[in-house]
Ligand binder design. Structure first.
Ligand SMILES: NC(=O)c1ccc[n+]([C@@H]2O[C@H](COP(=O)([O-])OP(=O)(O)OC[C@H]3O[C@@H](n4cnc5c(N)ncnc54)[C@H](O)[C@@H]3O)[C@@H](O)[C@H]2O)c1
Length: 271
């Protein structure tokens, strides 16, 4: 049997909390040997700590774990991370922070020997996440396996070739769920504008987004092939796609601009 991983998690908000819940339900981590740090721990997190018996907000002094996972806001990192420098000396450090470079993490933690970047996304809370991963050569095969096992507990993992590509992952899958939620909002608004009752339009749009997501998860066909399966020649879908994807390729152009803006912002956060 594979050994459970001991983890110190710094920041158990939306993303850190989703990872923690994924690890606990998949049995990936050893709760009794793990610790979670979050000064704003709410009742749900306290209940989780009691149920699974992990340490919540212990003194970081003397804590020794396999992996130190950093999930605080990048803007808070410089002031928060130094308190965890001693843990980082012997642990594999995995940062899920957007736009916080290996160099900046190293500076804040006193240059620990092994630091990797991971960019998960929020569907991790339902085991439906995808995480982009990058580790420099200082992280060996065992370290990579630990990172992969931790992140695979909440969905798929995709290794990328360079640290710069983590900013591109952030633009595609880290921020990506928000693009689909916006599309769902926009579709509901369009339905209401046509004359549907607002609530009916919202239910139709949401179930359509979730149904399309279920097809993407279960159907091996490419997204383009599934799009074609919905589109009868000269029919209603073709009329809509003529607006979204006609000669001007409006949606594809907009998506490129949006992803470029997200990647640029990730790079700015790094400075
Ligand atoms: N939300 C996402 O979809 C998403 C996706 C990928 C990566 N991320 C990254 O995850 C990180 C966290 O984002 P989030 O959305 O979960 O934010 P969040 O605000 O929900 O969570 C941050 C948590 O850090 C805690 N915190 C603050 N000071 C702390 C300290 N001194 N010690 C320990 N914990 C402390 C806060 O109380 C909060 O619970 C960010 O760096 C973000 O870039 C987020």
């Amino acid at each position: 049997m594979t050994k459970e991983i001991s983890v110190a998690l710094v920041g158990a908000g939306a993303m850190g909390g989703a990872l923690l819940r994924g690890w606990l339900s998949a049995g990936t981590i050893d709760p009794a040997a793990s610790a979670v740090f979050d000064p704003a721990a709410d009742a749900a997190l306290k209940k989780l700590a009691r149920r699974h018996d992990f340490a919540l907000n212990p003194s970081p002094e003397g804590i020794s774990v396999d992996a130190l996972v950093l999930a605080v806001k990048p803007q808070a990192a410089a002031s928060v991370l130094p308190a965890y420098a001693a843990i980082a000396r012997s642990a594999l450090v995995i940062s899920v922070m957007a736009g916080m470079s290996l160099a900046a993490i190293g500076r804040a933690l006193g240059d620990p020997p092994r630091v990797a970047r991971a960019m998960p996304n929020l569907p991790a809370a339902f085991g439906a996440g995808v995480t982009g991963l990058y580790a420099p050569a200082t992280v060996n095969a065992h370290g990579r396996d630990v990172i992969d096992r931790l992140m695979a507990a909440t969905g798929e993992t995709v290794w990328v070739r360079s640290e710069e590509e983590i900013d591109f992952v952030t633009a595609v899958s880290g921020s990506g769920p928000a693009y689909f939620f916006l599309l769902t909002e926009a579709l509901a608004e369009a339905g209401a504008a046509l004359g549907l009752e607002k609530e009916a339009a919202q239910r139709l749009a949401r179930a359509t987004a979730s149904g399309a997501g279920a097809m993407l998860a279960a159907d091996p066909r490419s997204p383009a092939d599934m799009r074609k399966a919905v589109t009868s020649p000269g029919g209603t879908t073709a009329a809509a796609l003529g607006v979204l994807d006609g000669d001007a390729k409006a949606l594809r152009r907009l998506m490129k601009e949006a992803a470029a803006a997200a990647a640029k912002r990730a790079a700015e956060l790094t400075e």
